[in-house]
Design a protein around this ligand. Structure first.
Ligand code: PLP
Length: 448
């Protein structure tokens, strides 16, 4: 007989989760009557906030006409509308949208798309996708093979595809010992070096997040990186896949994260915020130069899921993206993001805040035991997790990240509130975070 009769399998053993009961705007309320600011955006998803009226109306309308029709038999007007809105987020030249059901599924589809694209071009050995350490691309085995976040990979390592990983740009701990002044984007050269080692004839694509999310604490690419990556991909006939699962649809103050560097990828993978967190979702946006190979061959992409293009999901996505556009929320993410960034800068005064980073409303901090040497806290101290818990105890939800330094040590806190957050709420989030950091710092001697 099991001791624990609760039927749910939780993400962590031995942790008491509050029971969420209702939500409104930037707030989630639990059954004990406590209110939380959702500064995590429910893990980078709640772009427009909770229970926005036009989204609720769209759900009701859709259910009154068409609930579900499988894409093996039908298409639907609402799927066309949502796809058109998604293409409206992408640079010119993006032609097609493949709907999936999650970020993981989008990245799975992108792996297959890249392989099939090269096979159609008579290059069947171009199969491997190069990815980056400390990245997160999803939990299914293909997406986990791309993922470079060691704590999530390690238990399943023997099951993973042999995809090479390179160092990401990580300016606070530049592996090449460069500073912003001396940066020559050696991190992009690392891609070129790895291609030579693995052989371009074996590589289909490179996958990159414009801003690394949870694992690296909202770490953006340095200027020049994306452009160099684009050149290298072109030179070696590799697709450039940009994982916009957390950065897409305005999170960083531009339609896509990659827009900050004016680079046009070949494939864009999306999920989470494109439906505002209201339903599971995913999409792959495909450039016409990639889709053209399929069109010329008259061959479809061999990827399908039962619920891809679900009318209800599309109605929600259509309503969410319309709401973002009508309310000018991309611009708001930019301006409010700058406010959040400025407020967070003040945390540098704390003896354990080593770095403050991010773009738009995707921001993070890195916590260190020694600011001069940037020495991290040992994993066992669970510094980020304890800070996140102290924030939650005070009514603010933030994302704790672990392992950014070497896959074991390294603590980050990430923030990605709804774009509708106000300056006053930002003030509450940052002052609560500051208090939580102070409490945990006082209880954590720097010496390990
Ligand atoms: N890609 C990125 C950058 C992510 O942050 C995530 C999830 O956090 C994923 C992919 C996987 O998305 P999902 O959890 O919807 O499968």
């Amino acid at each position: 007989m099991l001791k624990n009769q609760d039927p749910l399998l939780y993400r962590e053993m031995g942790r008491d989760y509050p029971v969420a009961e209702r939500a409104e705007g930037v707030y989630i309320y639990d059954t004990a009557g406590r209110r939380y600011i959702d500064a995590a955006g429910s893990y980078f998803t709640m772009h427009v906030g909770h229970r926005v009226e036009p989204v609720i109306a769209a759900v009701t309308r859709q259910l009154q006409s068409l609930d579900f029709a499988h894409t093996g038999f039908f298409t639907s007007e609402v799927a066309h509308r949502f796809a058109a809105r998604l293409l409206g987020l992408a640079p010119a030249g993006f032609a097609k949208v493949l709907f999936t059901t999650s970020g993981s599924a989008s990245n799975e589809a992108a792996i297959k798309l890249a392989r099939q694209y090269h096979a159609l071009a008579g290059k069947p050995d171009k199969i491997k996708v190069i990815a980056r350490w400390h990245s997160y691309h999803g939990g299914s085995l293909g997406a986990l093979s791309l993922t470079g976040h060691v704590p999530r990979r390690q238990p399943f390592d023997p099951l993973l595809l042999p995809f090479p990983h390179i160092e990401p740009p990580y300016c606070y701990r530049c592996p090449w010992g460069k500073t912003p002044e001396t940066c020559a984007t050696d991190c992009a050269d690392e891609l070129e070096r790895t291609i030579r080692l693995v052989g371009a004839q074996n590589i289909s694509a490179f996958i990159v997040e414009p801003v690394s999310g949870g694992p690296l604490g909202a770490n953006p690419a340095p200027d020049g990186y994306m452009k160099r990556v684009r050149e290298i991909c072109d030179r070696h006939d590799m697709l450039m896949i940009v994982d916009e699962v957390i950065t897409g649809a305005g999170r960083t103050g531009t339609k896509l994260g990659v827009d900050h560097w004016g680079v046009v990828p070949d494939v864009i993978t999306m999920a989470k915020g494109i439906c505002g967190g209201y339903v599971p979702t995913g999409a792959v946006l495909i450039h016409e130069r990639v889709y053209g190979a399929f069109e010329r061959a008259g061959v479809a992409l061999r990827h399908g899921e039962t619920f891809s293009g679900h009318p209800l999901v599309c109605a929600i996505g259509d309503a969410v993206l319309e709401f973002i556009e009508r309310q000018g929320l991309v611009e708001r993410a930019r301006t409010l993001g700058a406010v959040l960034g400025r407020r967070l800068e003040a945390l540098r005064g704390s003896p354990i805040v080593g770095d403050v980073r991010g773009i738009g409303l995707l921001r993070g901090i890195e916590l260190v035991a020694d600011k001069a040497t940037r020495r991290p806290f040992p994993r066992a101290r669970r510094v980020a997790a304890r800070i996140a818990q102290a924030c939650a105890d005070r009514g603010v939800i933030v994302v704790a990240g672990a392992g950014c330094v070497d896959g074991v040590d390294g603590d980050t806190i990430s923030l990605s509130p709804p774009f509708t957050i106000t300056e006053a709420e930002i003030e509450t989030v940052v002052s609560t975070l500051a208090e939580a950091i102070d409490v945990v710092a006082a209880d954590t001697p720097a010496a390990a």
